[in-house]
Design a protein around this ligand. Structure first.
Ligand code: SF4
Length: 397
């Protein structure tokens, strides 16, 4: 029997899809990328934005029309609209096809952000048991993974056996003496536990030098209306501390443009904050009313063209910031976890794509045939020679 997965959305959805996939494999199923060949199709949906939901529903409608006799399961964040599989009890699995391991440590969120539908799908925060997380991580390392991506719905709310996110990260990073692998932290909400988390990252050289902070807005008025539990002052202090402790850090952010009542002044405040804090990877979304959220009912909607125009401006700002950041890598040595063996390509610790290229990779493998063969999932050091757009190009050290 064959199963085909279509996964939308965030790393958490991906982690759950991989765990589900492993469950099928353990029961004797095989996976396929072809809908036509599959006996069962599983869609891991996302409805965090109107666009994401539209894309999922388009695929579902297409599958229903083209394969009316096939079994289709829709799961993930599309609850109530389609059938659903509950994933809280799905255990992380090592037999996945990815180069990096996705370790789900938490689900749900206790937040009340006005624009967000996620708590309605995933419920209150629930943590995977501390020891169980460490056991899963150990199995990933034993299976040959060299990067473990820690995922969750709101990682800042992790709490198990009195241990919080910084304790968890430290314990993970110190497994096996802390050598030969690395840990990558998913999104970090500005929250009371965030500064200590940043210090835990800085204290461990094998935790990736990349932080993704969902800032959303640079205007305290709008952050309040969004019901985000922090101010720009706290974000500023957090990022400044991270930069001081880890110079050259990869710094990502989520930004929402055109939230109800967002003025030009509020928007300028966002642009200014992102520039001041030297974010170098931007995820920007124009606001969209998600039915069932507080924000969908708010007055003073910003016209759609303005929401989109502001998103484009932020994206352009992000391009410039990213280019500047990437140009700073020339001549430096970075470490990648190999995703593509042929090209010797993968993500650096700072979350920049880096590759050797097919020809040079072949020459290198040939020259080192008697030595170590580089395989997918290996951690490899590359000296950066040049940039190709936002891709680093270099040679193995
Ligand atoms: S912190 Fe806010 S935006 Fe994030 S999942 Fe929770 S409610 Fe949604």
């Amino acid at each position: 029997m064959k199963v085909c997965f279509d996964t939308f959305g965030c790393r958490l959805n991906r982690a759950e899809a991989l765990a589900l996939e492993a469950g099928f494999l353990a029961r004797g199923w095989t996976t396929t990328d072809s809908h036509a060949d599959a006996n069962l199709i599983v869609v891991r949906g996302c409805s965090v934005t109107a666009r994401a939901q539209h894309d999922c529903e388009k695929l579902i409608a297409h599958l229903r029309e083209k394969y009316p006799m096939k079994r289709l399961i829709v799961t993930g964040c599309l609850k109530d609209r389609h059938n659903e599989i509950l994933l809280r009890d799905v255990k992380p699995a090592t037999a996945t096809r990815t180069a990096r391991a996705y370790l789900k440590v938490q689900d749900g969120c206790n937040g009340t952000c006005a624009f967000c539908i996620v708590p309605q799908f995933r419920g209150k925060s629930a943590a995977v048991d501390f020891d169980e997380v460490l056991g899963s991580a150990r199995r990933f390392l034993d299976a040959g993974y060299r990067e473990i991506v820690v995922t969750g719905c709101n990682l800042s709310q992790y709490l198990s056996q009195g241990r919080r996110l910084p304790d968890l990260l430290a314990a993970l990073a110190e497994l096996d003496g802390g050598t030969g692998f690395r840990i990558r932290l998913g999104s970090l909400e500005p929250s009371p536990v965030a500064p200590e988390t940043v210090r835990a990252v800085a204290a461990h050289a094998n935790i990736c030098r990349y932080l993704h902070i969902p800032v959303q807005s640079g205007s305290n008025r709008i952050l309040g209306a969004m019901r985000r539990p922090y101010t720009t002052r706290e974000v500023t202090a957090l990022v400044r501390e991270a930069e001081n402790l880890m110079p050259g850090l990869g710094l990502g952010c989520d930004v929402l443009t055109g939230f109800p009542d967002e003025s030009d002044y509020d928007f300028l405040a966002t642009q200014s904050l992102l520039t001041r804090l030297k974010f170098n990877r931007f995820h920007v979304f124009p606001f969209s009313e998600r039915p069932g959220t507080v924000a969908a009912q708010l007055p003073s909607a910003v016209p759609r063209e303005i929401r989109h125009a502001r998103a484009r401006e932020i994206a352009a700002q992000g391009e410039t910031a990213r280019t500047r950041f990437i140009n700073g890598f020339k001549g430096k040595t970075v470490a990648i976890v190999v995703e593509d063996e042929k090209r010797l390509a993968g993500w650096t610790s700072e979350y920049v794509w880096c590759e050797v290229g097919e020809e040079r990779a072949r020459a290198y493998t040939h020259a080192h045939a008697r030595g170590r063969t580089i395989r997918r999932r290996d951690l490899v050091e590359i000296r950066v020679r040049e940039m190709n757009g936002h891709v680093l190009v270099g040679d193995p050290v």
